[in-house]
Design a protein around this ligand. Sequence first.
Ligand SMILES: Nc1ncnc2c1ncn2[C@@H]1O[C@H](COP(=O)(O)OP(=O)(O)OP(=O)(O)O)[C@@H](O)[C@H]1O
Ligand SMILES: [Mg+2]
Length: 480
Amino acid sequence: MQLKECLTSQTAQRLFLVHPPEPTPDLLLSDPSEGIYIGKTRWLNVPVFWNYKKLINSHLAIVGITGAGKSYLVKTFLTRAALVWNSNAIILDWTGEYNNWVKQAGGQVISLGKESINLLDLAGLKPMERVKQIMSSFEILIDLNNFPEERFDIEEALEETYHKIKKPTLADLVAILEKKKKKHAARLLRQFLIEGSDFFSRQSTLEFDKLAESGLVCVDLHSLPTEEMRSLAGLTILQFLKEKMRREELKETKGIKLFVVIDEAWKIASDERSDVITIVREGRKYNFGLIVASQNPTDMHKTIISNVGTMFILRLVLREYKDYMRSSLNYSPYIDDAISGFGVGDAAVNMIFSKRSEKAHTFLLDKIDGEEPLFVYTIKVGKMTIEVEREQLSRMLYELGLTDEQINLVKVDFERGDGVLEASTLVSLLEKFGYSHTSVMTFLRQLGVEEKFIVEVFSLTRRRHATKGVVDLKLEEVEE
Ligand SMILES: Nc1ncnc2c1ncn2[C@@H]1O[C@H](COP(=O)(O)OP(=O)(O)OP(=O)(O)O)[C@@H](O)[C@H]1O
Ligand SMILES: [Mg+2]
């Protein structure tokens, strides 16, 4: 008996070691004119095409540590969606990391600091419906649940504003609250009227109906002064787009017309009342695909993780994050293990197929097979700027002896600055990897940095170390 048990479990293990199950090829393969190619499965090398017709909805979520390849996947995906279906895309760019790419890809960048969105725009809704949406944004952002009295005052005044004024703005709402002597309620909203932060209280300069049909659009939110402002802008844009898509008949159009990307939007992806959650929960009826990405899976509400048609898990290391994902998706310990060993671009993919007999599958994908247009990095040295093509810089760093992982850390710093990096930051990184003063200097010369600036870079780097209190004596000793 014991022997039998032992043999059975061994056989099971052996079978499992051959490879963990992958979805059948008919679920993954599509004609290139009907799906977006992403990469090949790890074990059977089956090409994986993202085809929304085979999935329960067209929404995607992506998690992974910094540098794991989230933005790269988004860029690859949008580039191919434009080719396959002529899809439009609106990127709500929290950190400003898509700016340059969008420009290089021929899209337009909209800076919300300069443009404005009237929060009280009806966007095709009846005033009562819009009141509900605005109240839900306020609930998320100014914690109105803790101020029930003010909540009531604001809602009442909002209804009155729509009743009395034809095209009202937030300034009208606050004026009405003040007239009614609802001082505290007015104070809660006044932060959105301060000069320089009043993009929500002026008439809209943006037409989202048009933007949703304008190819590739990046709405740069990072110039907004606070996270609350960014979230309010994100939520409002999402509400307007949702209404626009809803108004359009769900005609059998070919492909997805619009993708909306939300990268690192922790506040609006983690709150249950947010439209992000509604859109994912209600699944298919929206005529667009939502793409949510985050470094920290716990910032992503479980409803998103377990209801998106496609979930990409790139490299994760923290136990807490891995457990959060596993408890939401229930994949095997084998996959859980693989996730911490992932290199850049490797992914575990969870897809929920629409075929009745099929349920969710999580499988491993070897390196997302992507493409980015030629990309130029800019290194800033004093008044001088040096431009170098990304792949060339990678090659130079490789020749200098950096490992793939180290090269990637350098690239992450560039990507974060939207392709621009101070030379002193680059030098700090190289020093951290253990490179001597002399070899870093040679490298800078190779890049074409003028002699007089080389000295400047080093003194800047040293000053930075000193202010951080981390003067690295060991490195100083290695010098010359
Ligand atoms: N599948 C891939 N194939 C080749 N290179 C990749 C791949 N994925 C990412 N990279 C490269 O790795 C670097 C970091 O990727 P990316 O900017 O997408 O990371 P991220 O996950 O968005 O990080 P962050 O959270 O810091 O924004 C980029 O320079 C990118 O070109
Ligand atoms: Mg990114």
